[in-house]
Design a protein around this ligand. Sequence first.
Ligand code: FE2
Ligand code: FE2
Length: 318
Amino acid sequence: MSVLNHKVYVLLTAFSAVVRGAIATRPAVAVSPFAQKALTIVSSHPIVKSNPYTEWFARGEATIEQSRDLVQQFSVFSNLFLLAQLNKVINAPTIEEMREGKEILANEIGVVFKPKNQKRNGMSAGFDPSVVSTTGSVEGGVYSNRAAHFEWLCDVGHSLGMRFEDLGKRRLGSEATLHFCDKLFEIYGSEDLSVSLGASFAIEHWANAGFWDHLVDGFTKLNARPGPGVLLDDGTVSHTAPLGFWKFHQVLEAQHAEHTMDELEEAYACGRIADEAKFEEAANAMLDACAVFWAGLDATRKGESYVLPASSKAKFDI
Ligand SMILES: [Fe+2]
Ligand SMILES: [Fe+2]
């Protein structure tokens, strides 16, 4: 990362922290009773309050094998998330919400956001996650294979000696990871708006609950750690993993969190949340599934086998 890019990154990270603080300390008068209740529900969920796996990873003590396991399971989640997002697009209740869903989907697969008020597509800098925009719209943006988030994650995998076939496929997912991915498809992508909005609200809070910071911290420490490195197929030795994938999402998700309360208020005011109990149940069920994903990784890193709770196997049927 260049000095300039580093400065931009530091500024964006500082901005993210301010956004998080603003959400946490938002005056109660600005929030409707329903939104306040929703915020209380997601903020008090165990996986939003603390994440033992990523807290451990942040210490930079993971072995190469443990790092590979994280990247592999994350790559399965990253790839299968596309199905959940497409399901959300297909089930969108309005053309505007369909477009919002496609912003996320198109950006995931490689369309770079074109910042507002920028006439050119701004891609002279390239498609590296350290330089592409985290704001704007895919409308007028440029597609590049190299801007696909999955390709950035493949770069991380390659630095750890992993190949394309070691990443992203459903068959590579643990039971815990697949449970999370299937619940995303089912709940986050639900046709029932009370359910999908509850899941969206929960997911955005989970994504801004600090786990990206932990993963950035962990990989930064691992990169600085002396060691023999990883012998790659081409005979070279890798000592560092690229940080762009993790840092891009760290900034992106802080921005998403900034908008979630407003989006929730709007959806509620428009009468889209017909069943408040369902909304709450979906938010909790989605976060339970997030917790399963991390618990699966935590069990593997400890050399334990993870047993999916029987209660989480049932189809979400409310
Ligand atoms: Fe992504
Ligand atoms: Fe998000």
